[in-house]
Ligand binder design. Sequence first.
Ligand SMILES: Cc1cc2nc3c(=O)[nH]c(=O)nc-3n(C[C@H](O)[C@H](O)[C@H](O)COP(=O)(O)O)c2cc1C
Length: 319
Amino acid sequence: MNNRICEILNIEKPIIQAPMSWITNAEFVAAVSNAGGLGFLGPNAGQVDITRSPEISAERMRTEIQKIKSLTNKPFGITVIVNRDLNYTWRILETVIDEKVPVVLVNDILDERIFKPLKENNIKIVYRPLTPTIENAKAAEEFGIDVYVATGFDEGGTVPERVIGTFSIVPMIVDTINTPVMAAGGIGDVRGVRAAFALGAEGVFAGSVFIPTKENPAAENVKQMIVDATAEDLLMFRTLPAYYRSLPTKLANKLVEMDKQGVSREEIAKMMVGSIGMRIGMLEGNTDDGYISVGTGIAPIKEIRTVKEVIDALMQDFN
Ligand SMILES: Cc1cc2nc3c(=O)[nH]c(=O)nc-3n(C[C@H](O)[C@H](O)[C@H](O)COP(=O)(O)O)c2cc1C
């Protein structure tokens, strides 16, 4: 079954594996694309340390992109992080255009200086604001995005600032714009996919369900923790810009305690060491000093599977 998302992104099944900081790499992304979905490199893809140099970041991204191309001839995407001074963004944009990456994800900022070169090079733009709103959906459509991702509070990673679940946000955005909408947040099995389509979404954008897979670079103990957990196990605390969830780790328990004691969001964010706390928890598997971010849709995940098994199960209606 083909739909607008499949046509725009040139894929067989309307599913995007969401970019996730630290826990994507070329092998994982290529496996998603080879299985008929769209794989996405996230920030720090394939890396084990951080660089502050935009040049080195872009070169590292180029290496991962070239590796993907050696593993698949199917489309894939990368995240363009739009930072305020645009320094890093330019380097990544140059690399994307140079390497003819077919699809990019843009978070939040609508900026003609970014959109123009992407459009001139016929690169498809998937737009995922951190907090979906009627206003930013209309503005993004006017800007000429190709796909809008409506993310519910159920998601893993940095949750939206407004506490609106996937069930509510998807129809609200679908009724606002004509651009195809993908649903993100809490999709853990085929029932979630069917629900998203019933609400008017034309595709699904899923992260957590892809972590416990053979090809994902997350630590093995983290994959097993996700298989063993349900949403009831998740801890939630305030941080910047809003809230965050983690499976129980020593650090996550401490962050919850700090929150209860009224410690400021800024202080809590500092304790998380930005996304480095995610690397420590999810990539290194250190459940003392790191955190493990997943969405609330993890209960149906019962075993570690291959990426293809996950896609075949989620997208069984799309053969
Ligand atoms: C571990 C993890 C890291 C993430 N990192 C990013 C990121 O760097 N940039 C981004 O736009 N979204 C990030 N996300 C959010 C995903 O892109 C996506 O919105 C989310 O995974 C969808 O919800 P789900 O996990 O319930 O499927 C992350 C999600 C997770 C679980």
